[in-house]
Write a protein that binds this ligand. Structure first.
Ligand code: KG4
Ligand code: ZN
Length: 334
């Protein structure tokens, strides 16, 4: 019998301190996330220094807990991986330094992972039998991109946001509505209780033939509405605003799938948790024979398992590992 490959994956690009232990390519033995969201809530967004300091405080304990949970020792690890970009430089430095140290001390290989590719691999973890080619909608607090996965490791960027990410605009409008950061989940809930036909917000770039997104105009339109209508009903604003965001995401994604003749769509990133996006993309996709896949919630949001899964794929199939001098790349793209 072939020896198992154990990978430790570390994710610290933003405000989630996350680790996972993977056996071979898709078998998750431990997947632990410590969310710092509560620490940043009163500032209305992530404070990089607070994030860095708390990654430094929590990470060693999460690694220890993960190894115990997986019932393995440092010396069993073949590979140690961490996100090296995109993200906040201080938080990235914490995870990268830890990964390099553990790899060096345990004799394992070291690999830096692109966080965006990581989100794509959350789909592979959830649906190991769904094979490329497929379209990916990466929709999170930091990113809104459409990418064709020709095969794992080979990507064709199709479109991206020109300003705010979808999650970012949800969080910013949430702040205007007096909601805690991050506000996406709460807007999701409020919208269910509201009437989306109350306010007709713009659907930016909907008529455009390209596949880029733009959400900052919608944010401004919402700010004007709130200023001019101080007695607004929060549920109705949430429902009307969310409907505008989701209409654009669904329309562009399905157009891209049809243009590139792809019948499978992987939706990944924190906003993939959104119930309206799930309902609409599934219903509208059906008309064109297009099937969307949504990973379970713990794999949608930032996690270490997707980082470990990306790393072990690149290590085994692309024969890749990184030199310990690898630096963080805050603006890394595909
Ligand atoms: O992928 P993620 O954990 O971190 C980034 O890489 O950004 O995504 C976080 C984003 C936040 O903007 C949050 O408001 C949003 O995902 N989010 C949601 C929901 N749950 C989280 N947005 C809409 N509906 C949800 N249910
Ligand atoms: Zn992310």
């Amino acid at each position: 019998m072939e020896r198992s490959i154990y990978t430790l994956g570390i994710e610290t690009s933003c405000d989630e301190t996350a680790i996972a232990i993977l056996r071979n390519e898709t078998d998750i033995l431990a997947n632990i996330v410590y969310s710092q969201a509560g620490l940043h809530a009163k500032y209305g967004g992530v404070v990089p220094e607070i994030a860095s300091r708390n990654h430094l405080r929590k990470l060693p304990y999460l690694v220890k807990e993960g190894l115990e949970h997986a019932k393995i020792k440092f010396s069993d690890l073949s590979l140690v991986a961490a996100t090296y970009g995109p993200g906040l430089v201080g938080p990235l430095l914490v995870g990268l330094s830890a990964a390099k140290g553990i790899a060096c001390g345990s004799g394992a290989a070291f690999l830096g992972v692109n966080h965006l590719e990581g989100h794509i691999f959350s789909h592979r973890l959830a649906y190991p039998t769904v094979k490329p080619p497929f379209l990916v909608l990466i929709v999170s607090g930091g990113h809104t991109s459409l990418v064709e996965v020709k095969r794992y490791g080979e990507y064709q960027p199709i479109g991206a946001t020109r300003d705010d990410a979808a999650g970012e605009v949800l969080d910013k409008v949430g702040k205007m509505l007096g909601l805690d950061y991050p506000a996406g989940k709460e807007i999701d809930k409020l919208a269910i209780a509201g009437d989306q036909s109350t306010i007709r917000f713009p659907r930016p770039m909907l008529g455009d033939t390209g596949f880029d997104f733009s959400f900052s105009g919608l944010k401004t339109a919402t700010a004007y509405y709130l200023r001019e209508n101080p007695t607004f009903k929060v549920e109705d604003v949430a429902a009307s605003f969310l409907a505008a965001v989701i209409d654009v995401l669904v329309d562009k994604t399905l157009k891209a799938a049809r243009r590139y003749k792809l019948t499978q769509i992987a939706v990944v990133g924190g906003v993939a948790a959104n119930s309206l996006l799930r309902r609409r993309l599934t219903a509208h996709g059906k008309r064109f024979g297009i099937q969307p896949f949504f990973p379970p919630l713990d794999l949608c949001t930032d996690n270490g398992a997707m980082i470990a899964a990306t790393a072990v794929f690149r290590y085994i199939h692309l024969n890749e590992q990184h030199d310990p001098s690898l630096e963080p790349a805050p603006s890394l793209e595909f």
